[in-house]
Write a protein that binds this ligand. Structure first.
Ligand code: DC
Length: 242
């Protein structure tokens, strides 16, 4: 039975950053589902805008050409962790954004400041609208998009472990050998970490979790425990302020 002084859980904003293949998506989705939070895959948004640029024959090697049309596509993200969706101008692009072509070009598109400004504004609006809270995964969430997040996690793993995980995710024709996947992954991480505008980086107040030797379930449990601790502390503060 509900007690009279029972308050709703405090809204909790969780930022999960890290390079590719560290288990960010699987972890973020599972944590959000377990805790009744929304979920946002910000990489999917950068992939979606890249897909639109390719489809509209924008010269990906020309940052000015990308910047000029960065506000054109309408990108909508569905934030239910059990079935996240992404559309561009009403078209479901959840499949097409995972192709090799998009993957190989997304770093160049996402390095353009006008693209980042546009997508960052979208991300902040989605987080602000999440009633219970949200788990947002990406590269610059803790440092730039949501610097006031209640909990910031930075996931890492060895290049070998990350390449093995990514290879396992690739299907059919696109499944390449491990060495090629490792090369592509390292190249993309270097581009994402080296760009001028909000590069992949660990926030000073982020909790670093090395997932190399951990199972997915162990990583999920670790993050859920950390969120519950922070949420408990936030509820305590709210009660004390009343
Ligand atoms: O997480 P992912 O591999 O789907 O991300 C695709 C690309 O999007 C990644 O190479 C860098 C970019 N990205 C970014 O610049 N900032 C984010 N917050 C998320 C992704």
């Amino acid at each position: 039975m509900e007690t009279a002084d029972r308050t709703a859980p405090a809204t909790v904003i969780v930022a999960i950053d890290g390079p590719s293949g560290t288990g960010k998506s699987s972890t973020s989705k599972a944590v959000a589902a377990k805790l009744g939070l929304n979920y946002l895959d910000t990489g999917a948004q950068y992939r979606a805008i890249t897909w639109w640029m390719i489809n509209n024959e924008v010269d990906i090697t020309d940052p000015a050409a990308i910047a000029a049309v960065a506000d054109k596509p309408e990108i909508v993200s569905g934030t239910d962790p059990s079935s996240p969706t992404i559309t561009v101008d009403g078209t479901d692009v959840s499949g097409p954004i995972r192709t090799k072509e998009v993957t190989s070009r997304v770093s160049a598109v996402s390095a353009v400041p006008e693209v980042r400004a546009r997508i960052t504004a979208l991300q902040r609006a989605i987080a602000a609208a999440a009633v219970q809270g949200i788990v947002v995964e990406g590269r610059d969430i803790g440092t730039t998009v949501l610097p006031d997040a209640d909990l910031k996690i930075f996931l890492t793993a060895s290049a070998e472990a990350r390449a093995a995980r990514r290879s396992g995710e690739l299907k059919g024709k696109e499944a390449t050998d491990l060495a090629a996947t490792r090369e592509a992954l390292i190249k993309r991480d270097a581009a994402d970490s080296g760009r001028k505008t909000s590069p992949l980086a660990k926030a000073g107040d982020a909790v670093e979790v090395d997932t190399t030797e951990l199972t997915l379930d162990q990583v999920i449990e670790c993050v859920v425990t950390l969120v519950e601790e922070r949420r408990g502390a936030a509820e305590g503060r709210e009660k004390a302020a009343k």
